[in-house]
Design a protein around this ligand. Sequence first.
Ligand code: FE
Ligand code: FE
Length: 178
Amino acid sequence: MNIMATTKETKVKPKAAAAKNLQDLFEDALKDIYWAEKALVKALPKMEKNATSKLLKNAITGHLAETKEHVVRLEEAFKSIGVKAEAVKCDAMAGLLEEGEGIMEETEVGAVRDAGIIAASQKVEHYEIATYGTIAAFAKVLGHQEALKILLKTLKEEKACDEKLTDIADTNLNSKAE
Ligand code: FE
Ligand code: FE
């Protein structure tokens, strides 16, 4: 998509398969985050291998296990609304992961790369927090109680992961990276 071309227009013309209501938008968002979580399952092991701090390595390994669970939970959320689980490429997560790769290439192994990995990881977690917060709100309005419960459980873990990363950055890395 060419952003420069579309921003000139006042209104974007919807595609034929565009969401017509909140239910459609909810389903599209679920497909998006389903792709994102699966991409993270593939990306996190490399981040763990590139980290030096034991604390950071453990945090990433722990969150990898949770992320695998997030994938399963999304499948349960799809099932609860009678929609087939389907992954549709999430451009935002693809970009964040690409940026994470770049940060690893641009940093020396050790405290500096660790600081870069934490920064990239927190951007990912913030994206997930924003997404789960939004789709949980959609689920609530649409009356999808079961999906709502599932999404809130994951949201809580994303927030906890983000806080853990902040703690690791504060106590372990920021001083060493200077
Ligand atoms: Fe997740
Ligand atoms: Fe996460």
